[in-house]
Design a protein around this ligand. Structure first.
Ligand code: ADP
Ligand code: MG
Length: 691
């Protein structure tokens, strides 16, 4: 087994080099074979393809015409070799200072014979009428390693100090001679139908490709493989979860659910009903729920989550409801208050600004089981927060939390059910990569009577004038700024610098501001006054981005809209149009930036979060979106979700097909695949446990 073959036994390694290689996490023959190049140099004498992006390098292959040493005035020694190629003469310079291997070159000097051919690698320095190259490597055609380093496409690796690129390349070359020991892990009919080359041939060609065509084939195969393994792992994890017995059974008693429904004052939408059904049946399953509730901003996720909490509480369990910001936690708390009015449910809120005494009281009540539902922020994840019988965790706006926080929360109860909610619409492929282990419910339809927010790109003056018109009609408004303080970039309006002027402009109306750094209690006061309609204009930073819900606030001005990403703009705009009335969003931007304009146009034209997310993926690339989503745990060796979406689509289809026929990969032909999954995910991510 190549994964058991210790690297120190590879030809050319030994204990000392093995030590250096371990810094690159190379311990076995398999590790080095799967240590893929970061790029390639085209060192072929006759270059054929040009549709590939090579790392810059210059080569010369020619006949030695002359060689001699020169001493310059700065005591720099240069060894010069004059080469004759087909159509010119090239001066090859070996610098003493620049090249620590000068002694090596002096040796070469001994071996140089006029009239023989040599192969030089380096950097060209063009001078008028003269070709010059600053030499890095030299090879003789009878050199045994000639075909590793010269006249071919050569791999370039990210390395650590202590090992030079030439040595490493040769080690990989040696390793590749054993690549036939690499087991195939993908069914042969898939290889055929998807046009994929074998694993061992891909490994060989990813390091030492015959040509660009074979390199591309190798990449395709290995990209497929990486996505395939990930997808398999997620799916297996999902089915393994189903073997856990959570030792609690729920009964739908409706003692709390019915009065809650009556309190709402509206009917659930069809997709809310469906989501609630999905969730209830998950919660009643013997194994834990891990369900993602995805729905555009304003689609009504909160009441779905509350329903889940009530089922748990009806059955004497405790719930926690986690929100990413204090404002949002507070908002949820107010929603609970409103809809659970008169119901025998004990709920509390805990955030980092909860006074100490109150905090202790809440913590002890949670431990004794005297609180049914706790709403809060990250403060809930802290160690000291313990539960008597936590059965359900709701995580709102999941993208603001990391996978690790999800895991910590999970440990606060026994096989708890998890409901994760997100309004951040992400492209399907990215979604499956990030949340492949979750079941999903979508809220497709918006609550009845909701009208899409009308969005316009206006000048600042037009936007404020319009806003004033709406204020006169009794509508409340948000004015949103990208930054809070004056910045050195004068063209960007900041909350603090503009606040005074706005107060003046909206004279006669109550204009207030809110921003992240403000004290928690102050924020709460302002939010509740705004919710009660006492404040008419709320000037804010993007602290209001997530989850705020004030139905009478139907106008939003977004200053320097070019500074916000598409997802943020959509989230921000989602704060309005939450009631029955028409809502208007005015984007102010004088930017000439092409991408920014595309974003602004996109948001003016569409209110569909999924459409916008596809546009966003197109404009920014998925990689960048992922970067902002705190998923450091998602790292690919060779695949790229933005570039390889088509391949990923194939993978998803194939994985589903395989698992349908062999859900636990127990068939003999999947033995190698199982071993591979165990090696990669079994230990490192502790995702699956197959043996
Ligand atoms: P989000 O999905 O963005 O979290 P919320 O849960 O905050 O959305 O819901 C947005 C608003 O819509 C809230 O005021 C909520 O009370 C209201 N709402 C939720 N469901 C319905 C419904 N079926 N009919 C009418 N209004 C609803
Ligand atoms: Mg919400």
């Amino acid at each position: 087994m190549i994964s058991q073959f210790n690297i120190k036994y590879l030809k050319g390694v030994g204990p000392k080099r093995a030590d250096i290689l371990s810094k690159l996490e190379i311990f076995t023959l398999k590790d080095i074979l799967f240590y893929f190049p970061r790029g390639y140099e085209d060192r072929r004498i006759f270059k054929k393809e040009s549709d590939f992006e090579f790392i810059d390098v210059d080569i010369v292959y020619g006949e030695v015409v002359d060689f001699f040493e020169v001493y310059t005035s700065t005591s720099l020694r240069i060894f010069k070799i004059i080469l004759k190629t087909l159509n010119s003469q090239v001066e090859c310079n070996v610098f003493k200072k620049a090249n620590r291997n000068y002694d090596v070159f002096l040796n070469i000097k001994k071996n140089l014979i006029k009239g023989t051919k040599i192969f030089v690698v380096g950097k060209a320095e063009d001078e008028f009428f003269k070709r010059k190259i600053s030499v890095e490597e030299i090879y003789f055609p009878d050199d045994p390693d000639f075909n590793i380093h010269a006249d071919r496409i050569v791999p370039v690796y990210s390395l650590t100090s202590g090992i030079n690129p030439k040595v490493f390349r040769k080690l990989v070359f040696n390793a590749c001679s054993q690549s036939e020991y690499v087991n195939e892990i993908i069914d042969s009919d898939i290889l055929v139908s998807r046009g994929l080359i074998s694993r061992s041939s891909a490994i060989k060609n990813i390091h030492f490709p015959q040509n660009v065509f074979s390199l591309k084939n190798a990449m395709k195969r290995l990209i497929y493989e990486e996505l395939f393994l990930m997808s398999m792992a997620w799916n297996l994890k999902k089915s393994q979860t189903k073997n856990i017995n959570k030792q609690r059974r729920y009964e739908i008693k409706k003692k709390l659910l019915t009065p809650f429904k009556n309190n709402l004052g509206f009917e659930f939408t069809d997709s809310q009903k469906k989501a609630i059904n999905d969730i209830f049946s998950d919660m009643r399953n013997p194994y834990p729920m891990t369900r993602l509730l995805q729905g555009d901003v304003g689609s009504g996720k909160t009441v779905v989550a509350i329903s889940a909490c009530l089922l748990a509480v009806e059955n004497s369990g405790q719930c926690c409801f986690l929100a990413p910001t204090e404002i949002l936690a507070e908002q949820h708390y107010m929603t609970f208050k409103k809809f659970l009015d008169g119901l025998p449910v004990r709920f509390e809120i805990l955030t980092s600004s909860t006074p100490k005494k109150k905090k202790h009281e809440i913590i002890s009540k949670l431990a004794s089981g005297d609180i049914d539902i706790i709403i809060g922020t990250h403060a809930l994840i802290e160690k000291e927060v313990r539960f008597k019988n936590l059965v359900l965790a709701v995580i709102d706006e999941q993208h603001k939390f990391g996978v690790r926080q999800r895991a910590t929360l999970r440990q606060k109860g026994e096989n708890i059910d998890m409901l994760i909610m997100t309004a951040t619409p992400i492209p399907r492929t990215l979604f499956l990569a990030l949340y492949g282990d979750l079941d999903v419910s979508f809220l497709k339809d918006m609550p009845k009577g909701r009208m899409p927010v009308k969005t316009f790109h206006l000048s600042r003056q037009q936007a404020l004038d319009k806003t004033l018109e709406f204020l006169k009609k009794g509508v409340q408004a948000y004015i949103v700024f990208p930054i809070i303080d004056e910045s050195d970039k004068l063209e960007i309006k900041s909350l603090l610098s503009e606040y005074g002027r706005l107060k003046e402009f909206f004279k006669g109306y109550n204009t207030q501001m809110i921003y992240g750094r403000m004290k928690g209690s102050e924020k709460q006061k302002i939010m509740s006054e705004f919710a009660e309609g006492k404040i008419h204009v709320l000037c804010a930073t993007s602290v209001i981005e997530v989850g705020i819900d004030v139905p009478n606030a139907n106008v939003m001005v977004i200053e320097n809209a070019e500074r916000f990403g598409l997802a943020s703009l959509h989230q921000l705009r989602g704060r309005i149009g939450r009631g029955k009335d028409e809502a208007y969003c005015f984007l102010v931007s004088e930017s000439k930036d092409h991408q920014a304009m595309e974003r602004i146009n996109a948001i003016c034209q569409s209110t569909n979060g999924f459409e916008l997310s596809e546009k966003d993926a197109y404009l920014r690339g998925i990689g960048e979106i992922m970067g902002t989503m705190q998923h450091g745990d998602m790292e690919f060796k060779i695949a790229s979700l933005s570039r390889d979406r088509e391949i990923f689509e194939m993978v998803i289809e194939d994985v589903n097909k395989i698992l349908k026929e062999d859900p636990y990969l127990t068939k003999k032909e999947h033995l190698a695949l199982r071993k591979e999954l165990n090696e990669i995910y079994g230990k490192k991510w502790n995702i699956i446990d197959l043996n």
